[in-house]
Design a protein around this ligand. Structure first.
Ligand SMILES: Nc1ncnc2c1ncn2[C@@H]1O[C@H](COP(=O)(O)OP(=O)(O)O)[C@@H](O)[C@H]1O
Ligand SMILES: [Mg+2]
Length: 255
């Protein structure tokens, strides 16, 4: 696997700068100082729901200057007035977090599955003024494509050089399309000009060779091997012997 140089080297959190007893200090991984290194072009965040993956991704996106609804520096997905823009609060983790870059880049994209619909509407609004706005997204409205098609359109047409922060990209993708996603990811990551940080629950996406995986479980952000992740172990165990799981899951609910 071609090793390529990432742009974002490290994120550091000084927990003393957070207000005790309030979010985000109440999330176990943010209750102490943190140092998260990004030695590889592809980093994956895994962990239970609510363990803090999206909070950290959003903080990185903020420091990149990306629209927090998804998109990049040139996108303003929310229709805010100038005053509303100025009054926007930074994400609560941002002030306590510092990023080290080499070199600092500002191109890229922040993709959150839950706000992709709004992003598609935003591109539609741009296209009302200039139909060429669709050119970078598969040639037609993202709403006119299936959720999975529009996600892949975005990856194929839009991603090139930069830092890409993806929050659960698998949400829209069939297993076959997750494989297609891995192929695109590989093309971009091995070019040496793209870095990915991906929060995912998908055992397929997580399998990307050479990815640095961080687990957010147990109150810390720690490296974990693919085969040790719950995603791999539970999926493999289940597919190998689903009846064993059913016995355990259903028996205790029998009257
Ligand atoms: N703005 C907020 N105010 C208060 N609590 C929040 C806020 N955003 C997230 N949380 C809480 O912080 C925890 C971590 O959330 P999140 O980063 O979204 O987790 P994950 O992406 O790992 O599922 C969750 O318990 C969530 O409810
Ligand atoms: Mg999340």
């Amino acid at each position: 696997m071609a090793a390529s140089k990432p742009f974002l080297r490290e994120a550091r959190l000084e927990s003393a700068q957070l207000r005790t007893g309030q979010f985000p200090a109440t999330v176990p991984v943010f209750s102490r100082d943190l140092r998260v290194a990004f030695p590889s072009a592809v980093t994956m965040f895994v962990g239970e729901n609510g363990s803090g993956k999206s909070t950290l991704l959003e903080t990185i996106a903020y420091h990149c200057g990306f629209d927090l609804e998804g998109g990049n520096r040139n996108h303003r997905v929310r229709q805010l007035s100038v005053t509303e823009e100025l009054l926007q609060e930074p994400p609560p983790l941002a002030a306590a977090t510092k990023l080290s870059w080499s070199p600092k880049i500002t191109q890229g994209f922040f993709l959150r599955a839950e706000s992709f619909f709004n992003f598609a509407s935003y591109i539609d609004r741009l296209a009302e003024d200039d139909p060429r706005a669709f050119a970078r997204y598969g040639g037609r409205s993202l709403h006119a494509q299936s959720h999975g098609e529009s996600f892949l359109s975005l990856f194929e047409n839009m991603f090139e050089n930069g830092i890409y922060l993806l929050d659960e990209p698998e949400a829209a993708l069939s297993p076959q399309r997750q494989l297609a996603f891995l192929a695109i990811l590989h093309d971009l990551a091995s070019s040496g000009r793209a870095q990915f940080i991906i929060a995912t629950h998908s055992p397929i996406i997580l399998a990307y060779p050479g990815a640095q995986i961080y687990s957010f479980d147990g109150g810390q952000i720690a490296p974990i091997a693919y085969q040790d992740t719950e995603h791999y172990r539970v999926t493999k165990g289940f597919l190998d012997a689903p009846e064993r799981y059913f016995r355990h899951l259903f028996d205790r609910h029998e009257p």
